[in-house]
Design a protein around this ligand. Structure first.
Ligand code: KG4
Ligand code: ZN
Length: 334
């Protein structure tokens, strides 16, 4: 049968990304233009700046995706775009670009949930085997999701306050590290030791929810009190102790959920999936089970459009179509 070739567009946060993917599994091209440098001096993503960058970059990134893929519009079956969640002004640039292209090129339009994209980044590497458990850990999300079939998502746990990546970025900021702080904390953690016993938020018995704001406050208090007492605290040890808390909770809850739901596969997604401490802890935990664990390569962990095209392929095959009235939805549910 004929191949399905999908153009993906992603602009939910600070990456302007366009990709072309075949059959939801094969990357033809994958172009990401990061704005991190523009946001660094503000210590986080500034929504207005993000929207403007997306507008400036979109045409270039789109052209590059076609150039790199050596593909023409004739070969594209549909356009998939992130409709939410994310920064509304940023999302709108992608949604409006996709709508204009769908109209001009007479192609079907498909809306994609950003988290579904992060999950489907894994299918670019490894075919899914259901039921599967996905741990999504990014700057905006911390979720455990059960999938029994393609395109079906059951959220069994989520953060009640900060996302894991958000906690990393906030702690990094306290330590004077640049945005985004996750990779810096990860690096420092490997040079330090777990000398501080930070809390683990297990929540109620059996809960798969997460909470990271208490941990963040504990880190702030620790740094503050040490300063007042003239106590020497090494940044490396703070990072190692903080990371140990985050990683232990994420790993244990993921392992427990995988066993309870008797899944055939565990996949990890989102920017924090790039974390070396988390990757090692999960690999160790699952090596003692017969459940295979898959973690995408670093380039597919952080925001990109190949993952949006991959998830969009499933929506397209399932007959889901968006109209030219498609709107950005900052708080879209999975
Ligand atoms: O998925 P992503 O690129 O964007 C969102 O959808 O949020 O995730 C970005 C988040 C940031 O919070 C960043 O600090 C975090 O992922 N991150 C990491 C690492 N690399 C990126 N956190 C911990 N360790 C890392 N190595
Ligand atoms: Zn993301």
């Amino acid at each position: 049968s004929k191949d399905t070739i999908i153009l993906g567009i992603e602009t939910s946060c600070d990456e302007t990304a366009v990709a072309i993917v075949k059959n939801g599994t094969e990357i033809i091209s994958n172009v990401v233009s990061s704005q991190i440098e523009s946001h660094k001096r503000f210590g986080g993503v500034v929504p207005e700046i993000a929207s403007r960058h997306h507008v400036e970059q979109m045409t270039l990134v789109l052209e590059q995706a076609f150039d790199e893929g050596q593909i023409t519009w004739n070969e594209i079956d549909a356009i998939a775009v992130t409709e939410g969640p994310g920064l509304v002004g940023a999302l709108l640039v992608g949604v409006n670009s996709a709508k204009a292209l769908a109209f001009a090129k007479q192609k079907p339009l498909v809306g994609v949930h950003h988290i579904a994209g992060h999950i489907y980044a894994n299918r670019l590497e490894q075919e899914f085997d259901f039921p599967l458990l996905a741990l999504i850990v990014s700057g905006g999300h911390t979720e455990l999701v059960i999938m029994k079939e393609h395109g079906q998502y059951e959220v069994i746990g989520e953060t009640r306050d900060d996302a894991a990546g958000e906690a990393y970025d906030k702690v990094a900021r306290m330590l004077g590290l640049p945005y985004p702080g996750g990779p810096h904390i990860d690096r420092l953690a490997h040079e330090g030791k777990e000398t501080i016993d930070f809390p683990r938020a297990w929540l109620e018995d059996g809960s798969y929810d997460f909470s990271f704001s208490g941990l963040k406050s504990a880190v702030i208090n620790k740094i503050h009190n040490a300063k007042q007492r003239g106590e020497m605290l090494k940044d490396e040890d703070i990072a190692a102790s903080f990371q140990a808390s985050v990683v232990e909770v994420l790993t244990k809850k993921t392992l427990r959920a995988a066993k309870e739901y008797k899944v055939k596969q565990v996949i990890v997604a989102g920017g924090v999936a790039a974390n070396k401490g988390l990757r090692t802890a999960l690999a160790n935990a699952f090596s003692e089970t017969d459940i295979p664990l898959y973690v995408p390569p670093l380039s597919l962990c952080t925001d990109n459009a190949a993952m949006i095209a991959a998830a969009g392929t499933i929506n397209y095959w399932n007959g889901k179509r968006a109209g030219l009235d498609l709107n950005a939805n900052a708080s879209l549910l999975l």
